[in-house]
Design a protein around this ligand. Structure first.
Ligand code: 8X3
Length: 258
């Protein structure tokens, strides 16, 4: 049963990867899209393609989730225009670097904490009062298996994703007594721009993360997001952890060459 047709879905970081795939899957269900990202041209092209293909309404905005004033202006502007989202997908997030703590790059830390934790907080803080006013809504946070198990050289990325898990659980408590649900979808190895961003555009190093194995795709993760979003209103899926079959733990991955 499709419960998403006609719903309005706000997706952050919608210009690529899991965010873009979520936009495609929600549009295919007939959901209207509110797409935000820093790269406006990309989401404009995506929005117009999906509006043509599925006849859904789209709205795009260049938003940097780390800029709390612009986030508040964006979200309050949507509400003023009657575009409060029914579903918020907090997807914007990144890893930067792979280092021991003692060798970590402080700029990388700031970037990850600002985007993955503070950015998610700013967007959610701006959206929730509008959802509460209508007593309906669903917040879906894109976490990671890195928020459940730490791995070597992942400390600060791990910490940000542990924070996402803590925030998802805490928000559920804070929203008791409302009809608003909070979920997190936590993927393992998924082939997107993730590693290219993590390794500052080093495409060879990024490719080696996914070579000789069968990672999740952005579509696989978007499928899971749709499943979570489409659950009946009385069902609150707290957490969906997913890995490719070739992976059973962070760093524990079967590769063809051994
Ligand atoms: C992405 C999963 O294990 O590569 O968040 O960090 S992992």
């Amino acid at each position: 049963m499709n419960r998403l047709a006609g719903k309005r879905v706000l997706i952050t970081g919608a210009s690529a990867g899991i965010g873009e795939a979520c936009a495609r899957h929600f549009a295919a269900q007939g959901a209207h899209l509110l797409l935000s990202a820093r790269r406006l041209e990309r989401i404009e092209a995506l929005a117009s393609e999906l509006a043509d293909a599925h006849g859904v309404e789209t709205h795009t905005a260049a938003v940097d989730v780390t800029d709390r004033d612009s986030v508040a202006t964006y979200v309050d502007g949507l509400a003023a225009d009657g575009l409060t989202p029914d579903v918020l997908v907090n997807n914007a997030g990144k890893a930067k670097g792979l280092d021991t703590l003692q060798e970590g790059d402080l700029d990388h830390w700031d970037e990850m904490i600002d985007t993955n934790v503070k950015g998610l907080l700013y967007v959610t803080r701006a959206v929730l009062p509008h959802m509460i006013e209508r007593d309906s809504g669903h917040v879906i946070n894109i976490g990671s298996i890195a928020g459940r198990w730490v791995y070597p050289k992942g400390a600060v990325y791990n910490a940000t994703k542990f924070a996402v898990r803590a925030l998802s659980e805490a928000m559920n408590i804070d929203l008791l007594g409302t009809q608003i649900r909070v979920s997190s979808v936590d993927p393992g190895l998924a082939e997107t721009e993730f590693s290219e961003v993590r390794f500052d555009g080093d495409t060879d190093r990024a490719a080696s993360v996914y070579s000789d194995t069968v990672p999740l795709t952005a579509d696989d993760v978007a499928d899971a997001v749709i499943y979570v979003a489409n659950a009946p209103p009385h069902v609150d899926i707290f957490n969906l952890v997913m890995m490719p079959t070739v992976q059973r733990y962070p760093g524990y991955i079967e590769r063809k060459d051994g």
